[in-house]
Design a protein around this ligand. Structure first.
Ligand SMILES: Nc1ncnc2c1ncn2[C@@H]1O[C@H](COP(=O)(O)OP(=O)(O)OP(=O)(O)O)[C@@H](O)[C@H]1O
Length: 126
């Protein structure tokens, strides 16, 4: 929440502090984010193994960012849903299913990008 006594700069610095707090919560408590970070690490190792180009590195990091951002958005939606209605409700189920669709979209698009980068390189090995 905005503090009326904050200067512009102090307000921005406070927002950055809370943003990094959110990042830390995601990385340390969310299993889905931890899994995606492991996938990102494997993709980065593969990038070195297959010596991918600068453009391919950029696309790969964009895809990693897309998936992590989508996981974060889904986590926030799940937290809001659990807070406003902890008991079973059809609508909460629908909201959570739609939320889960966000990282799924991102993951499918990232798989296509990974296919474009790595399939030609893997085929060259045979
Ligand atoms: N309160 C609820 N009311 C109705 N359906 C629910 C409710 N909570 C969860 N569900 C159903 O169960 C599914 C899984 O929900 P859950 O909150 O366990 O998320 P998850 O996908 O297992 O994520 P995570 O493992 O990151 O917590 C939802 O997509 C929804 O279909």
């Amino acid at each position: 929440m905005k503090n009326p006594n904050d200067s512009f700069l102090r307000g921005r610095l406070r927002s950055v502090k809370y943003a990094f707090k959110g990042l830390w919560i995601l990385v340390t408590t969310e299993d889905s984010v931890k899994v995606q970070l492991c996938v990102a690490l494997i993709a980065t190792i593969l990038g070195f193994v297959f010596n991918i180009s600068n453009t391919e590195w950029m696309l790969q990091f964009l895809a990693i960012g897309l998936v992590l951002t989508a996981e974060a958005a889904n986590t926030a939606i799940e937290a809001i849903a659990d807070f406003i209605h902890p008991e079973y409700h059809k609508k909460i189920g629908l909201i959570k299913d739609i939320g889960a669709g966000i990282p799924t979209f991102a993951a499918l698009i990232s798989l296509v990008i990974a296919g474009f980068i790595y399939i030609p390189k893997i085929l060259l090995l045979f």
